[in-house]
Design a protein around this ligand. Structure first.
Ligand SMILES: C[S@@+](CC[C@H](N)C(=O)[O-])C[C@H]1O[C@@H](n2cnc3c(N)ncnc32)[C@H](O)[C@@H]1O
Length: 429
């Protein structure tokens, strides 16, 4: 009997629980890979993430080599073949090793009689799969159809294509410094390069905990796009600011580091513990409130509110390829209702003359531009405070005609891209 490495059985469990039960990849990878050493943990995460990223293409290659469609009852065999194909086609694992371990995985499951099928198909993929795979438009066919249609209609087909291409690669590690003035001091030790608007980018990745300055709280991990909303809030020294929907707290840390008196509100006590840990590590302070932000109100009106509303997260598919497999159009519609309720609540918390910044990490217009247009059309005492090009040096392409920010995963694509975000800044009349 072939030896079956533990990392392959764990990869199958992880893939199954993420794809079939809809659980988040990062959370489950953290839990399920604990028995493995760091190298194998990295391998399992990479294998499952790659399979999710390339699922459309992998299924087209499998279908090419299958004589007839696989019935739904063979789902677990199909999943083993998908992971096998990902290793052969995208991770450069030697074909014979992949065939052996995949066949062994099938033999040890309830569908052992189908080991021959897995053997035959994966051998063919090992021999001729690359030629078939290379002919597929990867950007398009790894994008779920509803997203492809939505993005093509909204951004144009060429941009939808560039977004799809950006999703094929792992995202780099972006860093926000507690003290932005120390950027030049940290670039060298972190082997990172400066990005527009003050973030650093480390292309080599690596274990965050081992990098200089992390344990001492000099910086935190935050995508360049996610760092923009607070940077667009101007001088916050001494200002009373609420961070609504705050956990895990990247923006709370930025607000506190900028000198604001911060109240961070989130309805998840479990996720607020992460905010608390992050504050402790960085030596920053904020008041944490476990509450539903549609119901919570501050004791006195605030200078500013940041609302980073819960959303479909379709702007983060580079980092979270599971999002593309989990989200449906219905989710966007339901989340848009929540966003409208949160925006109406946030609007009641700010002083006349005060600021409201609304943002989502979604590429869907319904969760961004449409929310602000609807809120302003409803006659609330608010107006846009248009963001200016000089506030976004190096990222001017993300500025819209309305003075809002719309970043795309294909912006700065030559330097590794960025998350898709929508940001609007409003002023209370
Ligand atoms: C996009 S994440 C926020 C990310 C965070 N702002 C950061 O920068 O790290 C959305 C958060 O909204 C919280 N949330 C969702 N609905 C909420 C509500 N009605 N009231 C308060 N928090 C809510 C979730 O628990 C989740 O932590």
């Amino acid at each position: 009997m072939t030896d079956l490495p533990l990392n392959r059985t764990i990869a199958l469990s992880l893939f199954t629980v993420v794809l079939r039960e809809g659980r988040p990849l990062e959370e489950q990878a953290d839990l399920l890979t604990r028995p493995l050493d760091p190298r194998d943990r990295g391998f399992v995460r990479m294998l499952v993430a790659t399979t999710l990223r390339r699922l459309g293409q992998i299924d087209m290659v499998l279908n090419h080599f299958l004589d007839k469609p696989m019935p739904a009852k063979l789902a677990s065999v199909r999943d083993i073949m998908r992971l096998g194909a990902a290793q052969i086609l995208f991770l450069d694992t030697p074909g014979h090793a992949v065939v052996d371990t995949s066949v062994e995985l099938v033999k040890r499951g309830k569908l052992a009689p189908y080991a021959g099928l897995a053997n035959a198909v994966l051998r063919k993929i090992s021999r001729d799969g690359a030629a078939v795979s290379d002919r597929i438009d990867a950007a398009r066919f790894n994008t779920p159809k509803w997203l492809w249609l939505d993005w093509s209609a909204r951004y144009g087909e060429e941009t939808a294509h560039r977004i799809g291409l950006a999703h094929l690669a792992e995202a780099p590690l972006d860093i926000t410094l507690r003290d932005p003035a120390t950027s030049a001091d940290w670039a060298g030790p972190l082997a990172a390069e400066p990005l527009p608007c003050g973030s650093l980018r480390r292309l080599a990745g690596g274990a965050v905990y081992d990098l200089p300055g992390f344990t001492d709280g000099h910086w935190w991990v935050q995508d360049l796009a996610a760092a923009l909303p607070v940077r667009l809030m101007g001088d916050l020294t001494g200002k009373a600011v609420a961070d609504l929907c705050a956990a895990p707290g990247g923006k709370t840390l930025q607000l506190a580091a900028a000198g604001a008196t911060v109240t961070a509100v989130d309805r998840s006590a479990r996720r607020l513990r992460r905010v608390s840990e992050n504050l402790a590590r960085t030596g920053l302070t904020a008041t944490l409130v476990d509450a539903d932000a549609t119901e919570w109100r501050p004791e006195a009106l605030l200078d500013a509110v940041l609302l980073d509303a819960p959303c479909s997260a379709t702007g983060t598919i580079r980092r979270h390829p599971d999002v593309a497999r989990h989200k449906r159009p219905d989710d966007v519609a339901a989340l848009a209702e929540t966003q409208a309720a949160l925006l109406a609540a946030a609007a009641e918390m700010v002083k006349p003359g005060g600021m409201l910044v609304y943002c989502t990490c979604s590429l869907q217009k319904a969760e961004g531009e449409d929310q602000i247009a609807a809120a302003l059309a409803a006659g609330l005492p608010w107006e846009r405070d248009p963001i200016r090009a000089d506030e976004l040096p190096g990222l001017e392409m993300a500025l819209t005609a309305e003075g809002e920010v719309r970043t795309l995963p294909c912006h700065l694509e030559e330097r590794g891209g960025m998350d898709g975000f929508f940001i609007a800044r409003l002023r209370r009349i």
